[in-house]
Design a protein around this ligand. Structure first.
Ligand SMILES: Nc1ncnc2c1ncn2[C@@H]1O[C@H](COP(=O)(O)OP(=O)(O)OP(=O)(O)O)[C@@H](O)[C@H]1O
Length: 499
């Protein structure tokens, strides 16, 4: 066995993140690690990569015990990790990012020519083409991830850990990554992949290990299991399928009229976009990221000024209004980037769970300290948020648990209009089901929802109408009944526009 982690336990104060975990990896294997948010997946991998020390337990590489007190030691033992949030220098080139830390030198100076040559050789060896001279800032996310993978290969990794690698990728990029992993595995590399996407596990993994509440609930051959069995092992129950119910449409809540945002190079970021959403409907926007969806949401929520057109919310012209004014008129917003817009990392669960709620009225006036705590308690229970206590800083929450907290907070604002951008990014399937159910409930109660998601299945499941964005324009619109994955994918790729 290439790698064995034996009886690993990790505690933080009185919280047990990993409890007597046994995990193994064979050479050339792709081993998926799955489990609910906060189950302890990232913690286990941080231990393997030397970022954390286990409270108890041992790691054996090729049968010999090893102890890593930092990532440099793990790298020396040919273990590499690609994190959820990329750790690249955007203003450096691809080649510079790959060799950094181990740069070829000519005398004392950095040997740029040799670095480029080494990167070109590496790309050829592993059949992962990329332009070494390109600035990382100019690479789409899929290519940035390729740089991260090339970087660990450059460092000599034989074991590669990928933490939710497809979360930020487009469907096409995700498919490509799976092909790359299989090809590298065939060349002898071994992978551990943390993912919430069980269909991906079925597609790519040889074996799969399920963690629940810090403990292993099973290690299975992927070929001998199913999505249903895995979800049961993860969540401890069968999943409910939420179905859309008939709802009568109410009055117009959002009206976007012909809005445009001019780009830096004369090419519009948004080009005469129109949209109307009524009470009681979910309108989904599909599209490959980078086609204007982010700017569209930012424009509606007052984060980004527009150059042309008007935005009306509940009959009021909100064009040019501030974020706060628009929120007060009737918007709540689950933002796309939870770290940039959604949360204050140094704040506690209580602080983050009550943001924007201080002006929410209770029967006795505005919500007071105790009522705010009770409200956050309800969020924690309803969404099964693993947070230790309300006084825990959110930077210690697992990614999915922070996402659940933001979604709970925003839905509870009870505003007539909700923007839900990537609402289930990074959450486990049990939590995804809960969030979907809550969004549908809000719609049934005459809420108007704008859903932006890179997950086509999510768009298809929840939306009453689907719009596809391509290069800043609405490339097409379909009702839920007429929507097919094929048609949407075609518009997403810029083909056969009906607009
Ligand atoms: N430095 C820390 N201090 C305190 N608690 C921590 C720390 N790091 C992790 N935890 C806690 O350990 C538990 C396991 O977290 P971990 O990030 O491993 O979960 P995960 O399975 O990767 O979740 P997700 O799918 O949401 O990313 C969580 O309850 C988390 O809040």
């Amino acid at each position: 066995m290439l790698l064995q982690m034996r009886q690993i336990t990790k505690t933080y104060g009185n919280l047990t993140a990993n409890s007597n975990v046994d995990f193994s990896l064979r050479q050339g294997e792709i081993h998926a690690l799955v489990g609910e948010n906060g189950a302890g997946k990232t913690t286990l991998m941080r231990i393997l990569y030397g970022m954390e020390q286990p409270t108890a337990g041992s790691i054996l590489l090729n049968g010999k015990e090893v102890v890593f007190t930092n990532p440099t030691e793990a790298i020396r033992h040919r273990i590499g990790m690609v994190h959820q949030h990329f750790m690249l220098f955007p203003s450096f080139t691809v080649a510079e990012n790959i060799v950094i830390g181990n740069e070829p030198k000519k005398g004392m100076a950095f040997d740029r020519k040799k670095a480029v040559q080494q990167v070109e050789d590496l790309c050829a060896k592993y059949r992962l083409p990329i332009d070494p001279h390109k600035k990382v800032a100019e690479c789409p996310l899929g290519l940035q991830q390729r740089v991260e993978i090339l970087k660990v290969l450059y460092q000599g990794a034989d074991i590669i850990i990928l933490d939710e690698p497809t979360g930020v990728l487009t469907p096409l990029e995700a498919k490509e990554l799976l092909v790359i992993m299989r090809s590298l595995a065939n060349q002898g590399k071994s992978f551990i992949i943390i993912t919430h996407k069980l269909h991906e596990v079925m597609e790519i993994a040889d074996r799969v290990t399920v963690l629940r509440d810090g403990k292993i609930t099973g290690t299975l051959d992927a070929a001998a299991t199913s999505v249903e069995e895995l979800s049961k092992l993860m969540v401890g129950r069968d999943l409910l399928e939420s179905a859309k119910r008939e709802v009568k449409l109410g009055e117009t809540v959002l009206q976007v009229k012909d809005i445009s945002i001019l780009g830096a190079k004369g090419k519009p970021v948004l080009d005469r976009v129109n949209l109307q959403i009524k009470a009681g409907e979910i309108v989904g926007i599909a599209g490959i990221s980078g086609n204007g969806q982010s700017e569209f949401i930012q424009a509606i929520s007052g984060l980004l000024p527009i150059d042309q057109g008007e935005i009306h919310l509940l009959g009021q012209n909100v064009t040019g209004r501030t974020v706060r004014e628009i929120r007060e008129i009737g918007l709540s917003h689950v933002p796309e980037d939870r770290y940039q817009w959604g949360a204050a990392k140094e704040g506690t669960v209580l602080d983050n769970g009550t943001m924007g709620h201080h002006r929410t009225r209770s029967r006795s006036g505005f919500l007071q300290g105790k009522e705010l705590r009770q409200m956050v308690d309800r969020f924690i229970q309803q969404f099964q948020i693993k947070a230790g206590s309300q006084d825990t800083k959110v930077k210690y929450l697992s990614g999915g648990n922070l996402q659940k907290l933001i979604v709970a907070r925003e839905i509870a604002q009870n505003q007539p209009f909700l923007i839900a951008a990537e609402p289930t990014r990074g959450v486990d399937i049990g939590a995804m089901e809960l969030i979907h159910e809550e969004l549908l409930r809000k719609r049934d109660e005459q809420g108007a929802i704008l859903l932006v998601s890179s997950e086509l299945t999510e768009i298809l499941k929840l939306s009453d109408r689907i719009l596809v964005m391509y290069e800043g324009r609405i490339a097409g619109e379909l009702s839920a009944e007429n929507a097919t994955e094929e048609q949407i994918s075609l518009w997403m790729a810029g083909g056969d526009s009906n607009a």
